[in-house]
Design a protein around this ligand. Structure first.
Ligand SMILES: [Mn+2]
Length: 269
């Protein structure tokens, strides 16, 4: 398998029909607004006969395999399953908050879960889809912790935790991460130019990622770079077809409306 910045890349068959992309839903244990927004996106994808890509952090946290049988995790899986049964193909990347998603999630939801990034021809354009955390190479403590957390021993241990212990661990990790993010030099959370160049050097013409919660579109060395905003903020994602890529907002009753242009600059670390 090809790797970019330590991320395994799945090569997918071309998808030249319409596609919707969303990222960073962070669906919380109490459902929040994100759950409703997800249902809107699923309805819109079914109505438009579009496929759906979720570029990571679908959940605010996901630790143990037992989680998919309870609460909001079970309900999200059921919603995804209804869309899949209605003919929507859904491809999901794990994010940094839900990297422990496993085969039980695929089985319950019917989506295809890929280990890292995805590469495919999308709307006629060779495209690389990433969550985006691998691009933030200046965040050295995070990149170190990531290698450790994703080792097979830690994965095995976490995914087999009893449900109560897993949920408490996830809550502690979430609080700690909020404290870390609020402290220190914020520029370390930006993608680095070198990392973006490494992703583009795979030969794609378009790179799309999320994670940094900052809607943007920029051109770098003749290639297009698009950043998805956090979906839980306003229900905004991208629509891609043969005509191009546009930002859209998902609303009630399968409505999809155009969104104003994104920032055309992206600060890089
Ligand atoms: Mn993220």
């Amino acid at each position: 398998m090809q790797h970019v910045l330590g991320t395994a890349i799945s090569h997918l068959a071309p998808g030249d029909g319409p596609a919707f992309l969303i990222s960073d839903l962070h669906v919380p244990a109490d459902r929040g607004r994100a759950f409703e927004l997800l249902e809107s996106a699923l309805g819109a994808a079914a109505a438009a006969r579009a496929r759906l890509f979720v570029l990571g952090d679908l959940f605010d946290s996901y630790v143990t395999a037992r989680q998919i049988e309870v609460g909001v995790w079970r309900d999200v899986a059921a919603s995804l399953r209804r869309a899949v049964d209605a003919g929507v193909r859904i491809d999901v990347l794990p994010g940094n908050r839900d990297f422990l998603l496993g085969a039980e999630f695929e089985r319950a939801s019917g989506v295809r879960l890929h280990p890292g990034g995805m590469r495919l021809r999308l709307g006629g354009v060779n495209t690389l889809l990433l969550h985006g955390d691998e691009l933030c190479q200046n965040d050295v403590p995070y990149q170190k912790a990531k290698r450790w957390l994703r080792s097979s021993a830690v994965r095995l241990l976490a995914r087999n935790l009893p449900l109560g212990a897993a949920l408490r661990a996830a809550e502690r990790a979430r609080k700690k991460s909020a404290t870390v993010i609020a402290s220190g030099d914020q520029s370390r959370f930006l993608p680095t130019r070198a990392a973006v160049d490494a992703a583009l050097s795979t030969g794609v013409r378009r790179l799309i990622f999320g994670h940094i919660h900052r809607h943007a579109r920029v051109e770098l060395a003749g290639r297009e770079v698009f950043v998805l905003p956090a979906f839980d903020a306003a229900g905004v994602g991208f629509r891609i077809d043969r005509i191009g890529l546009a930002a859209v907002r998902f609303g009630a009753r399968d409505a999809v409306e155009a969104v104003a242009e994104a920032a055309t600059s992206l600060p890089l670390g």
